[in-house]
Design a protein around this ligand. Structure first.
Ligand SMILES: Nc1ncnc2c1ncn2[C@@H]1O[C@H](COP(=O)(O)OP(=O)(O)O)[C@@H](O)[C@H]1O
Ligand SMILES: N[C@@H](CCC(=O)OP(=O)(O)O)C(=O)O
Length: 247
């Protein structure tokens, strides 16, 4: 666990909140923290085992976030969601109302999937849903102006730069077509579940919603200040129409 990065993230997000910007943090890491706490060499394959580890890790993870944000007198709240918030209108409305109430109190919600109930995003039948998609769904729920996805890479390239040295960074993407999809491949680390493919999936949702997403490197969370300031950082996914309006 990179405590320094978590501490910087708490500093940056608190500063945004102090400026009146409404912030929601979607964070994975429950499995990773749980695996570390139990000194496991790798992620177990049995789903109930994964769920247990995620539950163990999640309580530790939220404890660390709570402590780091408290350093800056910033309150946070734990929000664990399941897919039914998008299926049942009543659940959707309840979540919207809860987010609204947290925003009014200037509390930063920290969202993860409720892995005890929902197993879609773990090593199950599909790898199409993970925290990248969850962040896009949360953006829809709160009608966010911008989704920032922080990864271990500087942005979206024309191929996986770890494998293809000719891959170049794309600074803007306007639509997710076959060519863009062909650039995106799987995760770079054992703990990553989706890699670039699920980030592009999230971007597709965002663009469909006529919203914006920036994919950037999360190594130094202060990069968020540059993104908010409109500097060219990472890859900006934006519907073409938004760019035309700007011109
Ligand atoms: N076109 C691409 N551009 C950038 N990274 C890519 C691309 N295709 C695959 N990748 C891989 O995706 C990784 C980022 O996803 P990762 O952070 O591992 O997944 P997750 O966020 O789900 O844990 C990069 O480090 C890289 O190895
Ligand atoms: N909810 C689980 C899995 C989250 C997940 O999909 O992780 P990631 O591959 O980083 O998007 C966790 O917190 O570990």
């Amino acid at each position: 666990m990179n405590l320094h990065t978590i501490s910087r993230l708490a500093f940056v997000l608190t500063d945004l909140c102090n400026r009146g910007i409404e912030v929601v943090l979607v964070s994975s890491g429950a499995m990773g923290v749980g695996i570390g706490m139990l000194h496991l060499a790798q992620r177990p394959t049995a789903i109930p085992e994964q769920q247990a580890i995620s539950a163990i890790g999640q309580s530790k993870l939220i404890g660390i976030y709570t402590r780091e944000f408290a350093e800056y007198q910033q309150l946070v709240a734990q929000v664990l969601l399941t897919r039914d918030v998008m299926i049942y209108p009543e659940s959707h409305e309840n979540v919207v109302n809860a987010f609204d109430a947290m925003m009014r109190r200037h509390v930063i919600p920290i969202v993860n999937e409720n892995d005890t109930v929902s197993v879609d995003e773990l090593d199950h039948k599909t790898n199409f849903s993970d925290n990248d998609e969850l962040s896009a769904i949360v953006s829809e729920i709160i009608d966010a102006d911008l989704l920032i996805v922080l990864s271990d890479i500087d942005g979206f390239y024309t191929g996986n730069p770890h494998k293809d040295e000719t891959a170049v960074l794309l600074s803007e993407v306007h639509q997710i077509d076959k060519e863009i999809l062909s650039y995106a491949s799987g995760p770079g680390t054992a703990l990553g579940t989706g890699g670039m493919a699920t980030k592009i999936n999230a971007a597709k949702r965002i663009l469909k919603d006529h919203k914006k997403m920036v994919l950037a490197n999360g190594k130094n969370p202060e990069i968020i200040f540059d993104i908010i300031a409109g500097k060219e950082v990472g890859t900006l996914f934006t519907p073409e129409s938004a760019v035309k309006t700007k011109e």
